[in-house]
Each structure stands twice: as C-alpha cells, then as structure tokens.
Design a protein around this ligand. Structure first.
Ligand SMILES: [Zn+2]
Length: 417
C-alpha cells in the first residue's frame, strides 16, 4: 500500500517545467553547524532535467520493483550477470516528477519527495565532485549517470518476504543505487545524509575499479564458494572501510566541515560510535582474525574489520595533515596496470585461484606502494601494522614497501597470529 501511495504522490505532483539548464539554483536540505538539516540554496551543476531529476551524475527512477529470490525460475535460469539483473528487476519503474515553486530565481521544492530527491541528487553531485577533484578520477572514467531507484519495492526473499525499508545502498547486481522508503528510522532520511550517500557512491567506484565493473565479482561470487573465504571477507571489509573514509572525505567540503561521525544524524548512538573514524583504539583481535580466516563471506561481518581499516587510515591522514593526498593515493591503488606496482584489481587477479594471496600484508603493500610522500607512507605503515596486527617484518625491510622508520604503533596489544 505504501508503495502505491508514493507512486500516486509522485505522479500527481503538478509538473511545472522550470528552466532546466545547469547550473540550477535550488533549495536543498543541508546539515548546518547546529546539527540540523535546514533549507539552503545550492547549485546543481550537472542537472539536465530538474523535473525528472536527471543529469551527468545520476538519473532518478520512481516506482521500480526489485525482487531477488533464489527459488525464482527466472533467477535460476539466468546464465549471465545481465540475465540475472533482468530476472530480479520485476518492474522498471518510471521517471519521477519533481515539483517546485520559483522564488527570486531559486527553485523551492513544493513537496516532501522533491526535497528528498533534490537533496539526494545534490549529495550525489558532492560525491561525484569528490571522486573527480580530490581522488582525481577523470570525468570520463566516472561512467554513465548512475541509476538511482527512488523508493523502490526491494525484496531479498531469501532473507525476508517483506520489502526492505530505511536504507540507501549500492546494489552491484543491477549496478544501481536504491533509496528505500522509510519505516521506523527516526532520524534524518539517508538521502539527506551527504556522508552516507558518499559512502554508497564509494561502493560504485570500488565496483568499477577493483571489481572491473562486474555486477557479480569473482572476489565475492567465486572466492565466497569456499567454506572459509578469507579473501572475500577481506575485500568486503576493505570496500566498507574505504567507503567510510571517502564518506568522511566528502564531508570536508560541506558547510559543517570534516565530520568523523556523519552516521549520527541518521543512526543510533551505538552504530554511530562503531563507525566514528576518530575512534583510535580499534584493533584486530584473535576472535576477529579467526573469523576473517575461517568464516564464509555470508557469515563474516565486514563492518567490524572495515571500521578498523577506516580509522587506521583516518589516523594516518590526520597525524600528517594529508587526508587528500591519502584519499587520492587510495583510489589510485584500486586498479593499476603498471608493471611491478599492481593495484587491488591486479592483486585480486593474481590471487584469483588462491585467495590466500589476497591478505592483510599484500593489500597493505598495494595501498602503501601508491603513496609517494614518505611521512604519509610511514604513518600509513605504522597504523596498518598496528591496527591490523601485521608482523612489521612483512612490510618493513629492504625491498619491502614500508620505509625503515616505520615500525608499527603501540595502540594495539600484540596478538599471536
Ligand atoms: Zn557500505
């Protein structure tokens, strides 16, 4: 019922057709220094249709139905990633219709969904800008406008017959974002949360570069077929940790400035605390190390290890004052065909038939090898050796990636690997 009501709202909105030429001045809901989301005049610089919410960065689609069910004959018969995507998109959806009131040359959203859509688009633009300008990915490599399913009915039947709510995600099998309807979420809708939306956008970049744009990457699909899948577990944790760090990076260009706790405006204290990048005492411990090495990817929690990686990177960027250089180096490390300096995509390829090759040490080496500045390199080495509990001798020494001054830190109590 909820879905029908929303579709009706979107369809009935009076479609005035304001000037769509970018840049468009529009009001969006942006976090202010009092911790509130308040109307703020912003410019959408990439929008080509302000009513359909479509532009270089994203294209919003309303009313889609996406249903993943392993018992669905169409899903079972799908032989390719493309066929699988077709099998789970049960309803294509349609253009959204945003509605505005024009005041002094500025568009004011005329209904709640338009506020939500405009702000979501604005947040995708911020994430796009960050990956283009800070992470240095050329516009041509950022790909086609991202498909964003707005308030779709999204069901993962194997987990629950109920459609999912209260989330925003990048769903790689269909290479698209979803902004799901609300249900019980009491705080700021995720579409408004610039850090969260950038976290999701970072997953798209990771998919494009580390997974080569594969909707069903072998690092998950094939490595994950082993009862223990340490490579798949690590790559998922890395994807989450890097997404948290890039989400933080995007907040630095917002009116509020760098925000290590950007989850707090949408999530409860416990989750916000567990994802706060500034929390410096997260360490690999024996239980987590055992989980990483022995669990299957379907049972492994990628967020715990991800947040250790994220805060280790944050500490290194913070102590050297070089977040932007680090963010750029990390993205450069996603994929690199230079001989002798593999990226994560190339390391995965080397490890394709033996996922044990994709491990804490080899991954850290790939990241460190893409940092040029020696103090930053040393700081990253120290944090990773310390927080991931990597024996220093595996990274520091003649012919190894870490400078001799790197010896690890003292935050984490050593564990026996
Ligand atoms: Zn994520």
């Amino acid at each position: 019922m909820l879905r029908k009501a929303i579709v009706a709202t979107l369809a009935l909105s009076a479609a005035c057709a304001p000037d769509s030429q970018a840049p468009v001045k529009v009001q969006a809901l942006v976090l202010n220094s009092n911790g509130a989301y308040a109307p703020r005049e912003v410019e959408l610089t990439t929008i080509s249709d302000i009513v359909k919410m479509e532009g270089v960065v994203a294209k919003m689609i309303g009313g889609a139905r996406i249903r993943s069910d392993s018992q669905d004959p169409q899903v079972q018969n799908a032989q390719t990633a493309e066929a699988y995507a077709k099998a789970i998109i049960k309803g294509d959806g349609r253009d959204v219709t945003a509605s505005y009131i024009t005041q002094d040359g500025v568009l004011w959203p005329a209904d709640f969904h338009t506020w939500n859509l405009v702000t979501a688009y604005y947040n995708f633009e911020r994430a796009y800008d960050y990956f283009n300008k800070v992470a240095n990915i050329p516009a041509a490599d950022l790909g086609e406008p991202a498909t964003v399913y707005y308030f779709p009915e999204f069901t993962l039947v194997d987990s629950s017959p109920e459609a999912l709510k209260d989330n925003a995600l990048y769903f790689s099998p269909i290479q698209a974002f979803m902004v799901l309807p609300f249900d019980t979420l009491q705080k700021a809708p995720l579409a408004l949360n610039a850090g969260v939306m950038s976290h999701e956008y970072a997953h798209r970049i990771f998919n494009q570069k580390v997974y080569g744009g594969n909707p069903l990457p072998y690092q998950i699909a094939v490595w994950g077929q082993s009862p223990s899948s340490p490579g798949a577990n690590l790559v998922k944790a890395l994807d989450e940790g890097l997404a948290d760090y890039h989400g933080f990076g995007t907040t630095c260009d917002s009116p509020v400035g760098c925000d290590t706790r950007y989850f707090r405006t949408s999530f409860d204290d416990r989750l916000s605390e567990s994802r706060d990048l500034a929390k410096a005492d997260r360490c690999m411990d024996t239980v987590l190390l055992n989980d990483l090495n022995t669990l299957n990817v379907s049972a492994f929690d990628p967020y715990k290890l991800g947040s250790i990686i994220a805060s280790a990177l944050y500490q290194a960027g913070q102590s050297t004052g070089q977040h932007k250089a680090l963010q750029r180096a990390l993205v450069a490390a996603y994929s690199d065909e230079t001989s002798g300096n593999p990226g994560l995509a190339q390391l995965s390829r080397i490890a394709q038939n033996d996922q044990l090759i994709f491990n804490r040490t080899s991954v850290s080496a790939v990241l460190v090898n893409h940092i040029t500045d020696t103090p930053l390199k040393t700081a990253v080495c120290n944090e990773l050796i310390d927080h991931l509990q990597i024996p220093a001798a595996e990274l520091v020494g003649p012919g190894l990636p870490c400078p001799p001054e790197a010896q690890g830190g003292t935050t984490c109590a050593p564990i026996n690997p």
